[in-house]
Write a protein that binds this ligand. Structure first.
Ligand SMILES: Cc1cc2nc3c(=O)[nH]c(=O)nc-3n(C[C@H](O)[C@H](O)[C@H](O)COP(=O)(O)OP(=O)(O)OC[C@H]3O[C@@H](n4cnc5c(N)ncnc54)[C@H](O)[C@@H]3O)c2cc1C
Length: 381
C-alpha cells in the first residue's frame, strides 16, 4: 500500500541517508560485528552529515529538523541495515536528544550539544538496574547532595552504548522513601572519578551494539549536571517514553519489512521439487499473510508518527504501536527463517542475524507485558 506520510523533502533526506549507508556502513557491517562496536569514525561521519542533530537547534550545531518524520526516516533506513544500528544511533539522536534540549540549562547545552551533533560526544541513558527493570521506581542508585554537587553510588545494567558513551543520562534516587516521586536525572560524564564500566555484555543478538554495566562509586556530579527538576525524574522519563516507543515501532516494522523483501527474493530463486519454494501454496499464502501483517502494522505506526508530529501521541497509543510492532517483527522474522530452511539458521545469512537481533524488541524499552499493562489500565481494568 502506498504510504502518504512523507513528502519529497523526507524522501530526499532518505536518499542522503542511503548514500551514507552505502558508502560508510554496508561495506563494513562484518567489521562492526567482529569489533562488537560501531567505531567512533562512523559516529563522526554521521555527525558530519547532520544525522545526529535532527532534534537539536541550529545554535548548538544541530540540524533543527523540527519534524519527527526525519527521525522516522533515519530510523527506518538504519533498521534496514540492522536492528543494532538503529538502536545504538537511535538511543542518541532519538531518545537522549530531547532530555538535553528540553531539560538542561544553557551552560550544559553549550557544553554538550555541539559534540552530540558532531559525534564526538556519544550518549546513553541509564535507567535499568540489576534489580529494577520493569519496576523502575525500585531503582537503588542513590544521589546525595553535598554542597554544589551530588554524590552518586550504585550501578546500571544493559545500557546501550554504555561501553562507548561519553555522557550518560542516569536516573538516581534522591529521596529513596518517595520511590517514583524521589528520582532525579543526572548527566554523568564518563571521565568523572568513580565512574567505571563493566564488560561488554554478551548478547543473543545485536553483537555490534555495545551494551554494558555501569558503576558509580562516589561519583561527584556538579549540581549543574542535574537534568530537569529534582525528584521529577520519573515524570521526565514517562513524558519522553512515547517518543522512544514510537521510534522503536518505526524500526521494528522497517527491520522486518526489509528482511521480508529479501526473503521474497530468496524464495523466488531457491528451488525444491523442481519449483521455487515460494510457489508452493503453503508458502505463497504464508508470504501473503506476512506482507499483510507488515502493511497493516505500517499503517498504524505511520498514524502514530503523524500523531507525534502533531504533539498528540498518547502514551497508550505509543505502547500499542511498540508491542504490536515488536510481536509482528518477531513473527515475521521467524517465518522468514523457516522459509530459508537450513540457511536461515546460518549466521552468515542476514535473516538469521535479524531473527536473533529482533528478540529483544519484545523486552526492552518496556516489555510487551508492560505495554499491555498500560493499555489495560487505560481500559479501566
Ligand atoms: C539489549 C538490551 C539493551 C537495553 N538497553 C537499555 C538502555 O539503553 N537503557 C536502559 O535503561 N535499559 C536498557 N535495557 C533494559 C530493558 O529496558 C529492561 O531489560 C526491560 O525494561 C525489562 O526489565 P528487566 O530486564 O529487569 O525484566 P523484569 O522487570 O525482571 O521482567 C521479567 C519478566 O516479567 C515481566 N513483568 C514484569 N513486570 C510485570 C507486570 N507488572 N505484569 C506482567 N509481567 C511483568 C516482564 O515483562 C518480563 O517478561 C536494555 C535491555 C537489553 C536486553
Amino acid at each position: 500500500m502506498r504510504r502518504s506520510i512523507y513528502s519529497s523533502d523526507h524522501e530526499a533526506f532518505r536518499g542522503s541517508v542511503r548514500a551514507f549507508l552505502d558508502r560508510h556502513v554496508w561495506p563494513r557491517t562484518e567489521q562492526f560485528i567482529e569489533a562488537r562496536a560501531f567505531p567512533r569514525d562512523l559516529w563522526i561521519e554521521a555527525g558530519r552529515q547532520g544525522f545526529l542533530g535532527l532534534g537539536i537547534p541550529e545554535r548548538y550545531d544541530g540540524s533543527a529538523a523540527e519534524d519527527y518524520r526525519y527521525n522516522a526516516v533515519l530510523g527506518e533506513e538504519l533498521a534496514g541495515v540492522s536492528a543494532a544500528l538503529s538502536s545504538s544511533f537511535g538511543i542518541h539522536y532519538d531518545v537522549v536528544a530531547p532530555y538535553l534540549v528540553e531539560l538542561v540549562g544553557e551552560e550544559q547545552r553549550k557544553r554538550w550539544l555541539p559534540g552530540f551533533c558532531s559525534g564526538e560526544l556519544v550518549t546513553a541513558i541509564g535507567m535499568t538496574e540489576p534489580s529494577a527493570g520493569s519496576d523502575l521506581a525500585a531503582l537503588r542508585t542513590t544521589a546525595v547532595r553535598d554542597g554544589d554537587s551530588w554524590v552518586l553510588n550504585g550501578s546500571k545494567t544493559f545500557i546501550t552504548n554504555g561501553y562507548s558513551a561519553d555522557l550518560v543520562v542516569v536516573a538516581a534516587s534522591t529521596s529513596p522513601e518517595r520511590r517514583a516521586k524521589g528520582i532525579t536525572l543526572f548527566g554523568v560524564e564518563t571521565g568523572m572519578d568513580g565512574f567505571s564500566r563493566g564488560r561488554k555484555l554478551d548478547k543473543v543478538g545485536q553483537p555490534e551494539s555495545d551494551t554494558a554495566e555501569l558503576f558509580f562509586d562516589n561519583v561527584r556530579v556538579p549540581h549543574a549536571n542535574v537534568i530537569g527538576e529534582i525528584d521529577r525524574g520519573f515524570v521526565h522519563m514517562m513524558e519522553r517514553l512515547p517518543q522512544e516507543r514510537i521510534g522503536a515501532a518505526v524500526s521494528n516494522v522497517a527491520h522486518a519489512a526489509r528482511i521480508l523483501r529479501e526473503t521474497i527474493e530468496y524464495v523466488k530463486e531457491r528451488k525444491a521439487f523442481g519449483q521455487p519454494v515460494g510457489s508452493f501454496q503453503h508458502n505463497k499464502f504464508l508470504l501473503a499473510e506476512l506482507v499483510t501483517q507488515i502493511e497493516v502494522s505500517q499503517a498504524y505506526v505511520d498514524q502514530a508518527v503523524m500523531a507525534h508530529v502533531a504533539g498528540e501521541l498518547s502514551a497508550v497509543d505509543a505502547a500499542k504501536a511498540k508491542w504490536w510492532s515488536a510481536q509482528v517483527q518477531n513473527d515475521v522474522l521467524d517465518a522468514c527463517v523457516q522459509l530459508h530452511g537450513g540457511y536461515g539458521y546460518m549466521n552468515e545469512y542476514r535473516v538469521a542475524r535479524a531473527w536473533r537481533d529482533a528478540r529483544v524488541t519484545r523486552i526492552w524499552a518496556g516489555s510487551n507485558e508492560i505495554m499491555k499493562e498500560l493499555i489495560g489500565r487505560d481500559l479501566g481494568l
